[in-house]
Design a protein around this ligand. Structure first.
Ligand code: ATP
Length: 483
């Protein structure tokens, strides 16, 4: 499994999906660039999300708010004071670790060694210490359980300290001593501060949602597992504003809805599970993660949080502006519900984690050997809607008018679909290259095509080929790749 993960990472680089940022300078840790195919796949995931959230819901609209926000936003949201990880340094290696991560690794080790009781005991003690922000207790647990630095092997630890995850920078003409501006650590606050702008200008009636896709930045201390945990990443978030008291119902609704979204891509259902939070963040009254079984275990891809009226109330308090909605629907007593600060259900998915999930799920090294000869291929079984390239246009040879005929087909299809044209190499090699990047269709133009206007269309997953009329291509491809 871990091996397969390594193969996916090198495949992603080899074919132009994901590169390490600033690679020629030995890279920048936990920052990645998307290459020519990665950018397409990422865009297609965004489109799938945007269409299903914004286009398919009459009462959800999308916005695009700025990365920079007023410094007070992050005071109001709690990020300045509370968006911390408990860190500990090893004095010998000078390496810094997340204290909870060290403990979690130990819990995993206990489990692997069959020491279930010890694992559970440590888990409970750690949860308690985290909940109470009891830093000395975290340190005590690290000592009691004899956790050594993975690099130096020693147990010479500093105290545990809180480390804020926000990146800060300065605006050009800021007076000395004034607040730093932050790179947003989540997109949600851009939605909260625009709640009334959108509600009024769009004449939105509760319940309604505001969606957004955008970059977020966190100074993660442990950067691991490729694009799982990055310092610059993208989120796709939706805040759904509801009447107080109806939050429980909508939380359940969005849980089910979001899982459906994941499963509609054809991913095996047993790869997904919910992980309900027992310990809740200060702003939440219910929270769950949608977890996917990555090669390194079940991990969060998406969070669904019932955030109460915490954020809007905080912004009322810090900005001095009302964040209320007037609800003229009638309640049980026949009176309007009147003014209130709405409750919020949020769905928040990491685009990069979804990208990784998609690559892992699609990747297969297939053995095609038969009795006589050894053969294999690497294929990405991407959902056709997500595939970076929908069809490859392949003239069988470079002469006899075949390239010209192929260009005609290309011109017919290129307005609707992202295509690639390739005339080099044997046809078999060209097919394999398309399999490796997940192209659902290969269209081969041969001499017969010049006579009867038919081509061969080859299907990626089954590798079956059929002869079809050129005029039928738009429908055949369109049916498979349209949303
Ligand atoms: P984790 O516990 O893994 O750090 P989180 O609970 O802090 O995640 P949220 O704040 O709920 O995450 O953010 C919502 C989503 O954003 C996550 O489900 C994840 O998909 C994504 N995400 C969060 N942090 C990162 C990161 N550093 N790199 C990539 N994606 C991230």
């Amino acid at each position: 499994n871990e091996d397969q993960f390594k193969n996916v990472i090198s495949h992603a680089k080899e074919y132009g999906f994901v590169f390490q940022s600033s690679e020629i300078y030995d890279g920048l840790s936990a920052v990645y660039d998307y290459g020519q195919l990665g950018a397409e796949l990422k865009n297609n995931i965004k489109t799938y999300w945007w269409k299903s959230m914004v286009q398919m819901h009459e009462n959800i609209v999308g916005i695009d708010s700025a990365i920079f926000m007023h410094p007070k936003v992050w005071k109001a949201s709690g990020h300045v004071d509370g968006f911390n990880d408990p860190m500990i340094d090893n004095k010998d290696s000078k390496k810094r670790y997340r204290a909870d991560q060290l403990l979690e690794d130990k819990i995993e080790r206990y489990k692997k060694d069959g020491k279930t009781n010890k694992a559970e005991e440590l888990q409970a003690a750690m949860d308690d210490a985290l909940q109470n922000e009891d830093l000395p207790q975290l340190k005590a647990l690290i000592e009691q359980h004899e956790i050594a630095c993975p690099v130096s092997g020693t147990r010479n630890w500093t105290e545990v300290r809180q480390f804020n995850l926000m990146f800060s920078t300065q605006f050009g003409a800021m007076a000395e001593g004034s607040d730093a501006v932050y790179l947003r650590p989540e997109t949600a606050q851009g939605i909260f501060v625009n709640f009334l702008n959108v509600q009024k200008s769009g004449r939105m009636k509760i319940p309604f949602g505001i969606a957004q896709i955008g970059k977020a930045f966190r100074n993660e201390v442990i950067a691991r597992q490729f694009i799982m945990r990055m310092r610059e990443f993208e989120q796709m978030e939706m805040q759904f504003f509801v009447r107080p008291g109806e939050d429980g119902k909508w939380f359940e609704y969005w849980k089910a809805e979001r899982l459906k979204w994941h499963k509609a891509l054809g991913t095996s259902p047993e790869k997904y599970r919910f992980h309900d939070h027992v310990k809740l963040a200060h702003y939440a009254n219910a929270a769950t993660d949608i977890e996917f079984e990555f090669p390194f275990g079940f991990k969060e891809v998406e969070g669904i949080h019932s955030r109460t009226d915490f954020d809007l109330k905080q912004h009322e308090a810090f900005s001095g502006k009302k964040m209320q909605y007037f609800d003229n629907d009638l309640n049980e007593d026949g009176k309007p519900f009147g003014n209130y600060v709405p409750y919020v259900i949020e769905t928040s998915i990491g685009l990069d984690r979804m990208f990784l999930l998609t690559m892992i799920q699609a990747y297969e090294e297939q053995d095609l050997s038969d009795g006589e000869k050894q053969d294999s291929r690497t294929v990405l079984h991407l959902h056709p809607c997500l595939a970076p390239i929908k069809a490859a246009i392949l003239p069988l040879t470079k002469k006899d008018g075949l390239p010209e005929k192929a260009r005609e087909i290309m011109d017919m299809l290129k307005f609707d679909h992202n295509l690639t044209y390739e005339e080099k190499d044997s046809i078999g090699k060209r097919y394999r290259r398309m399999d490796a990047i997940g192209t659902p269709f290969c269209i081969t133009i041969d001499h017969q095509s010049l006579e009867d206007n038919t081509v061969t269309i080859r299907h990626r997953d089954s590798m079956e080929q059929e002869r079809v009329a050129i005029v039928d291509l738009p429908k055949i491809i369109g049916d498979k790749v349209s949303w």
